[in-house]
Design a protein around this ligand. Structure first.
Ligand code: HAM
Length: 420
């Protein structure tokens, strides 16, 4: 029987994996500039963490988690996102007690959601995310948003749209929630069963419903903008002022409701504006989650972060026709002619590699011509040819494949010559 990869997952093969590495390296470099430190948490956690952290009323918890019992009957879930785990570690490892605050963390790793696979939507996908814990300064909101934008800009994306909203503080949210209930309750029977549950659990999520989005009550629903209290409004204005200072364009969309329960104040999404990008245009989502740390059992600590998937970033690059500058060439391919040179080439490529050069040779006893072809396939910058005569003189002939220049040099000098 031939095995097949599970639905919604991918093999990332050589040739493609270099693009992933390029993006991951770029993300790490940017995090270094912004002073976010990497955190690595387990791929699975206790199910309850996500029920609490992500929220019972979310699609993720209700429909999308990979949950199973381990051999001792514990409920375990493959992480559907990174924020809950990061906050769990922050609380459990008492990172809040460390002298350097706020705590700025990032992660890159696989997440798992049982969703209907389609373009840009996988069951296993890789998120790059950051979480800044311990600051309730609007400058932090601007920093986090700018970090995400900086990654996209660095890899060459141009057609981006940043959408922001404020969900307000607890009081504003409460007032808005009551208005939403009053608005939807009389006719909730006309809505889907999910929305009927949302009415009591989290009526804000009704605004995000795909099934009922064309219902007339959606258009007239009370806007959060009318329920922000003075503090929340001032906070949101400061975030916008900072973004403007940073030269980052944005649109305020009062209907932006994120799919997770923990948000308050700033919420944002970055979308691709590229033509032909497909139905799912959200590249990145994030927001502020003051209160989550307490919910997970820690001291009152504000937080803000975002996550984006590498899969959707790559799709956006394809849609914009951006080629990443990934180098697929090698420094030197060693071609040999005769038995002694063939034996000597084993230590020769070893020496080149020890000198920090990417080097390759033939392992199949191929004829000269086929070896040159292989050198071509490897995109070698230099081809070094070692024959019996040369070896006797301790020399090797090197060809610069770009200029065509050919030279005979001492075997000992090969690495230095290529480096020079
Ligand atoms: P999220 O909006 O659920 O937020 O996901 C963030 C990003 O993950 C999406 O914008 C998308 O790029 C990617 N993503 C989500 N689901 C899939 C999928 N099935 N296939 C491919 N990519 C996907 C969160 O996860 C929050 N933890 C973000 C956050 C961090 N908020 C604060 N801190």
């Amino acid at each position: 029987m031939a095995f097949q990869i599970p639905r919604g997952t991918q093999d990332i093969l050589p040739g493609e994996v270099e693009r992933w590495q390029y993006i991951e390296n770029t993300a790490r470099e940017i995090c270094k500039l912004y002073q976010y430190k990497e955190i690595r948490t387990p791929v699975f956690e206790h199910t309850e963490l996500f029920q609490r952290g992500v929220g019972e009323s979310t699609d993720i918890v209700q429909k999308e988690m990979y949950t199973f019992q381990d051999r001792k009957g514990r409920n375990i879930t493959l992480r559907p996102e990174g924020t809950a785990s990061t906050v769990r570690a922050f609380v459990e490892k008492k990172l809040y007690a460390q002298p350097a605050q706020p705590t700025k963390l990032y992660y890159i790793g696989p997440m798992f959601r049982y969703e209907r696979p389609q373009t840009g939507r996988f069951r296993q996908f890789v998120q790059f995310g950051v979480e800044a814990l311990g600051s309730s300064n609007p400058a932090m909101d601007a920093e986090v948003i700018s970090l995400a934008m900086e990654l996209y800009r660095s890899v060459g994306l141009k057609k981006l749209k940043l959408i922001i909203n404020s969900l307000g503080d607890a009081d504003s949210r409460k007032a808005h929630k009551e208005a939403l209930i009053a608005h939807f309750e009389p006719r909730i029977g006309e809505f889907c069963s999910d929305c009927q549950k949302r009415l009591t659990q989290n009526p804000l999520r009704i605004l995000d419903c795909k099934t009922d989005r064309d219902h007339e009550l959606m258009k007239t629903a009370p806007s959060i903008m009318d329920y922000l209290n003075d503090e929340s409004r001032a906070y949101f204005e400061k975030v916008q002022a900072y973004l403007t200072d940073l030269g980052i364009d944005f649109t305020v969309d009062p209907n932006l409701v994120r799919g997770l329960d923990y948000y308050n104040h700033t919420a944002f999404e970055i979308m691709s504006d590229a033509e032909g990008f497909g139905a799912i245009t959200t590249l990145c989502g994030g927001g502020r989650y003051n209160g989550l740390v307490q919910e997970i059992g820690g001291p009152e600590t504000p937080g803000i972060g975002f996550a984006l998937s590498i899969e959707r970033l790559l799709a956006a690059l394809d849609a914009e026709g951006v080629e990443l500058p990934v180098d697929q060439s090698i420094d030197c391919f060693v071609v040999t002619l005769g038995d002694k040179p063939k034996d000597r080439s084993v230590s020769l490529v070893y020496e080149l590699r020890k000198a920090g050069l990417t080097a390759e040779k033939d392992y199949d006893d191929k004829k000269m011509k086929a070896q040159f072809k292989a050198a071509d396939r490897f995109n070698a910058r230099y081809v070094a040819v070692l024959g019996e005569d040369e070896l006797e003189k301790n020399m090797i002939s090197v060809k610069n494949m770009e200029s065509g220049e050919q030279k005979e040099i001492s075997l000992q000098d090969l690495a230095a010559y290529i480096k020079g």
